[in-house]
Design a protein. Sequence first.
Length: 65
Amino acid sequence: MDNDKNFDKNYIGFIVGGAVLGAIAGYIVKKVGPKNIMNMVKQKDIIPPSISNIINEFSSRRDSE
């Protein structure tokens, strides 16, 4: 049985790639704004209206508190 634990370069690539994608998504959300993104998603019917209503309900609770 081989006790060596190899850490492939693929793992580092996945971690760095995920961090870069997360940073890009965060930057876009910060520039555009989450409410504008939600309005666009509702208009294009990307998510069902029932789910968007639930998201709005939770976000309005957080804003009112």
